[in-house]
Design a protein around this ligand. Structure first.
Ligand code: SF4
Length: 121
């Protein structure tokens, strides 16, 4: 498979050509080792940080994200787990773990923002 991958590691946005048709991954167009690693991962096991929301007991939505990237192929499984979350009525601190080791990925789902009990709904 041949692909052009736009590197998102820095604002330069190098266009990396990837080709694994020969059984060996050949990359060109990257300007640094971080971009090369990014393209290698994109061609083998693409990873993404999951960013979404969880419903608070008040009905408002709490922004959450994983504290590490998870395999892109597992994003729907992770979202299904997120949909099952029922938060207790208690304050939430920014960075608090909402769901550890989501879907066995090793990444924790954490609160991106705090929520106080006496906050507006
Ligand atoms: S390859 Fe390196 S320089 Fe190019 S966009 Fe990626 S991180 Fe930036």
């Amino acid at each position: 498979m041949k692909r052009t991958i736009t590197c998102i590691i820095c604002p330069k946005g190098c266009e990396i050509e990837a080709d694994n048709d020969s059984g060996t991954l050949i990359l060109s167009g990257y300007d640094c080792a971080r971009g090369k690693r990014y393209a290698e991962t994109e061609m083998t096991c693409p990873m993404r940080t999951l960013t979404t929301t969880v419903r608070l007991p008040t009905g408002r939505m709490l922004p959450v994200r994983t504290d590490a990237p998870v395999p892109k192929a597992m994003l729907f499984d992770c979202m299904a787990e997120v949909a099952k979350i029922k938060l207790p009525v208690k304050p939430v601190a920014a960075g608090e773990v909402i769901l550890p080791d989501i879907c066995g990925t090793g990444a924790n789902l954490i609160a991106s923002a705090a929520w106080e009990l006496n906050a507006n709904p």
